[in-house]
Ligand binder design. Structure first.
Ligand SMILES: [Fe+2]
Length: 385
């Protein structure tokens, strides 16, 4: 591999359990973490399609009591976290189980932060601001993109400032990540595409990150390969083997970005999500082609491996590898019906400067492979507009 020029390497992941049908183990997982009264965080959609009942039964079968908290919305809000923390404390819960997409799992993390550290969730935005250990956590993803179940990130909306708080700490990685790809069977078509695009963005930005390592690259490239094979087929036909590949891609991309962080795509996606409560995957879909074009000039030694992982034809020259990589990604986005402009997501042109200012302060800018300033970010936004 042309890109193996690493000097440092640090790689942290939770205990990982992955396999179809394994959600039934959630009760035994919570019990061996010492739980007796479990705080189950999920959302109402998952209750309606039966997965919450499935988890409740597993907890009961394991001899555990539980408290169910479902006041979680997409782009989880600070007040939802605060309310959940009050309930956790008042009910004397001892282990947190998060079941759902990134919103439910990030809400679970936010609640875990507040019950153990107090204060306002805003106090923990940034890198390594959490000093007391969190309650034990089991996180069970039911979408195929967030990576929150393995990551050292939690993203919470600050509703006063209308911005996303990016919290990064080893503490917010759960004790156990439990993925059962069967849960994707009830995921609506539009969420299959949008969450898989999130995984695609994680893999690309993690691979390009200045903090990438041999261990993050192998996971990022594996995610890209799985997505290139199964993304379109999963969206069109929803065959179990393709859906499982999306779950696996999400896991690999999550392990990659949790350890290498991300880049300008997510730095921009965070303020857009905060201002507009927009779907995170759709925002990434619009930004990703521009992120590739922006980063390509400074990641040239890595692009040929990327092109191969994406299943593109082998190209001996860097320009050819760039072209085929970009083409493959754009084809995937188009096949998935992804939106192609920020305007179509409701972003106002008057807000682009504010978005660029906020993005420049986001922690993800620190690992961008290309040195950037607010005017670069504004230019990128305008191209995606
Ligand atoms: Fe993301």
């Amino acid at each position: 591999m042309a890109s193996e020029v690493y000097h440092h390497c640090k790689f942290e992941v939770p205990e990982i359990i992955f396999g179809r049908g394994l959600l039934r183990q959630v009760g035994s997982c919570a019990r061996r973490l010492g739980g007796k009264n479990i705080f189950l965080v999920s959302d109402q959609g998952l209750f309606e399609n039966g997965w919450v009942d499935f988890v409740m039964k597993s907890l009961t079968d394991a001899g555990l009591r539980f408290v169910y908290y479902d006041q979680v919305t997409p782009n989880p809000k600070d007040h939802e976290i605060e309310q959940g923390a009050l309930e956790y404390i008042s009910k004397n819960a001892d282990v947190i189980v998060g079941l759902g997409g990134g919103s439910a799992m990030d809400a679970a993390k936010g609640i875990a932060i507040l019950v153990s550290n107090g204060g306002h969730i805003r106090d923990y935005a940034g890198n390594d601001k959490i000093y007391r250990p969190l309650p034990p956590m089991v996180l069970c993803p039911t979408t195929c993109g967030t990576g929150s179940d393995v990551s050292q990130f939690a993203i919470i909306n600050d509703t006063d400032e209308r911005c996303k708080l990016t919290i990064m700490s080893r503490c917010v990685a759960p004790d156990i990540s439990l993925t059962d790809p069967d849960t994707l069977s009830t995921l609506p078509d539009e969420h299959v595409g949008s969450t898989a695009v999130d995984a695609l963005s994680h893999a690309v930005e993690a691979y390009f990150s200045v903090a990438s390592s041999t261990l993050t690259d192998v996971n990022a490239l594996r995610a890209l390969n799985l997505l290139s094979r199964s993304f379109v087929a999963a969206i069109k036909e929803r065959k179990p083997e393709d859906m499982e590949n999306l779950s696996r891609a999400s896991l690999h991309a999550g392990m990659a970005f949790s350890n290498s962080l991300l880049g300008v795509g997510h730095a921009l996606a965070h303020p857009i999500g905060g201002l507009y409560d927009a779907n995170h995957g759709n925002v990434n879909a619009v930004l990703l082609p521009e992120v590739l074009r922006f980063d390509f000039p400074v990641v040239k030694p890595k692009i040929q491996d990327m092109a191969v992982a994406l299943g593109s034809r082998w190209s001996d020259d860097e320009a050819g590898a760039e072209e085929t990589s970009l083409e493959t990604v754009v084809n995937m986005l188009e096949s998935g019906g992804a939106p192609s402009s920020l305007r179509s997501l409701g972003v106002q042109s008057d807000d682009l400067e504010l978005i660029a200012q906020r993005a420049f302060k986001d922690i993800c800018v620190l690992t961008s492979p290309r040195e950037t300033d607010e005017s670069d970010l504004l230019t990128l936004l305008k191209k995606a507009y």
